[in-house]
Structures are given as structure tokens and as C-alpha cells.
Design a protein around this ligand. Structure first.
Ligand code: GUN
Length: 296
């Protein structure tokens, strides 16, 4: 058996095209503010990619580059100004933040309606209780889209998620649970990880350990989603031993070209949806076709 490769690059391009068509009809353009504190090289690349992708769909992206030594209070004041600015529809704070800052306290200061990363506890809480009004963070949304693109009904399937981060593992678990999967979250203290992963009809690898998921960990016919982005000897690889796992899985995502491009596309979707909801709230209409608001 050789797995079908799920092409996240193509799926993301299609999503961005559809989004660009809707945004082209809007008189005003959605605006995303990205807060980048410090000099993390990977973060700079991610932010550059987000800005470029935003421009391509007609979202204006304002990057606020702040000193690595900014204090927590000063950073919260920057966010408060963005919260109050009616021209800004979405706010994200690129993570990781410099170590002296408490990331969760910073994320908590973003107004939930502008929290297009879905990292605010209000949105995480709505997702956890299965409320469809939650802003769902971009990577889990992208993972769900990729799973749906296989055409497989994953109701009742056992999803094993490796990793319990607030950015990927936990919200992905909540999202798949809300879509009727049976969900197990594994993490660094989990015993017998290979045995557990072998029970998964769906495996989501999001633990940041290069190629940890081996061929003999994977149930034949499983759907394998690789969220890892690791650099080994200058080469990018995921958390899945792709070349071998593809011999047993039914579907597998590549790295690069799998979840990564979907994350960016879903952030843009979240921004457009926030724009639509804000328009609706202020008594204006948008052109989302019922996509981001209940007005159209
Ligand atoms: N750092 C790694 N992934 C993400 C993400 O999805 N959003 C933000 N803001 N920071 C990140």
C-alpha cells in the first residue's frame, strides 16, 4: 500500500482564491495586525509569509516590530490600542515571545472578537464546550480541512493526537471531539506511545520531535497528519517518518506542503470572518455569503 499524499499547498491555494474573490467585493478591506516582539528568526519568516499571503487575498497586514526588551505593560498597551482601533479587525501576537514575558497574560489582553488566532481563553473555552461561535485556531482548522478533503467519514474514528500544546494539540483534540471522533491526547509523559499510536485511525503528530512516528507505529490504512516543522542537518522534516509511514498509511501529509500552508490560509479565513462579524455588529453588510456572519 502506498499512501495518498494530501496536498496542503494546493488546498490552501484554493481556499485563498475563494477568499480573494469574496474580499474583492468588499468596499473596505479587512486589516490584520501582527505583533512581533524580538528577533526570533523563524518567527520573522512566518510573519513575512503571513503578510505576503494576506496581501494576495486583499487583507492588509500591519506588522508591529517591537524590541525584544519591551516590558509586559508596554506590550499590553500596544495591544489595547489595537483593540480600540476600529480599523483593525484581527490581532495576532507571534509566538514565542521573549522569555521575560508571560505569553498567556499577553494573549489574554487581546479582545476576543479580534483574537483571530483563537488563543484567548474565551475562544478556547467556547471551543472546549462545543460552541460553534468559537474562533478556532488556524492549525486545528487547517487539520480538519485536510481530514475532510480525504472524503472519509471520521465520525467515531479514534484520533490519537501526539502533543498537548495550547496552539495545536489541545484545540485539535477539542475540534475533533466536536466532530464526533474518539480522542486520545498523548504527550511527553505518555507510556507505551507506539502501542497507543497504533490504535489511531487518525494520527496527528504535533510534538516537535523529528520523524518520531515510525512505520510500525501506524495502523494500516490510517490518516496521518504531520504538524511538525523540524530542521535536521539543514533539511526540513516533520514529526512523521514520511518515507516509511507512507507505505502503510492511507493518507499522509508531507512536510513542507501539508499543514503549514493551511495554517496561513485559515488565519486569513479567521481574519475575514472577524471582519464580517464586526461589520454585522456595526449594522453593515459584507459579501461572505453566510460564511463569516449570519447577515448575508
Ligand atoms: N507560533 C507558532 N505557531 C503560531 C501561530 O499559529 N500563531 C502565532 N501567533 N504564533 C505562532
Amino acid at each position: 500500500m502506498s499512501a495518498q499524499i494530501i496536498d496542503g499547498k494546493q488546498a490552501a491555494a484554493q481556499l485563498r482564491e475563494e477568499l480573494a474573490r469574496k474580499i474583492a467585493k468588499e468596499e473596505e478591506k479587512p486589516v490584520l495586525a501582527v505583533v512581533l516582539a524580538g528577533e526570533n528568526e523563524a518567527s520573522k519568516v512566518y510573519v513575512r509569509n503571513k503578510k505576503k499571503a494576506a496581501a494576495e487575498v486583499g487583507i492588509s497586514c500591519e506588522v508591529l516590530e517591537l524590541s525584544a526588551s519591551i516590558g509586559e505593560h508596554a506590550l499590553q498597551e500596544v495591544i489595547e490600542e489595537l483593540n480600540e482601533n476600529p480599523h483593525i479587525n484581527g490581532i495576532i501576537v507571534q509566538l514565542p515571545l521573549p522569555e521575560h514575558l508571560d505569553s498567556q497574560r499577553i494573549l489574554n489582553s487581546i479582545r476576543p472578537e479580534k483574537d483571530v488566532d483563537g488563543f484567548h481563553p474565551y475562544n478556547a473555552g467556547l471551543l472546549a464546550v462545543g460552541n460553534p461561535e468559537a474562533v478556532v485556531s488556524a492549525t486545528p482548522r487547517g487539520i480538519l480541512k485536510l481530514l475532510e478533503s480525504t472524503g472519509i467519514d471520521f465520525t467515531g474514528k479514534h484520533a490519537v493526537i501526539i502533543g498537548r500544546s495550547n496552539i495545536v494539540g489541545r484545540p485539535t483534540a477539542a475540534l475533533l471531539l466536536n466532530h464526533d471522533c474518539t480522542v486520545t491526547i498523548a504527550h511527553s509523559k505518555t507510556k507505551n506511545l507506539p502501542d497507543l499510536v497504533r490504535q489511531g485511525d487518525i494520527v496527528v503528530a504535533a510534538c516537535g520531535r523529528p520523524k518520531i512516528v515510525k512505520k510500525d507505529w501506524v495502523k494500516p490504512g490510517a490518516l496521518v497528519i504531520d504538524v511538525g516543522i523540524n530542521r535536521v542537518e539543514g533539511k526540513l522534516c516533520g514529526d512523521v517518518d514520511f518515507d516509511n509511514v507512507r507505505e502503510v498509511a492511507a493518507f499522509v501529509t508531507p512536510v513542507p506542503g501539508g499543514v503549514g500552508p493551511m495554517t496561513v490560509a485559515m488565519l486569513l479565513e479567521n481574519t475575514y470572518e472577524a471582519f464580517c462579524r464586526q461589520k454585522q455588529k456595526s449594522g453593515h453588510s459584507c459579501h461572505c455569503g453566510g460564511h463569516g456572519c449570519s447577515h448575508c
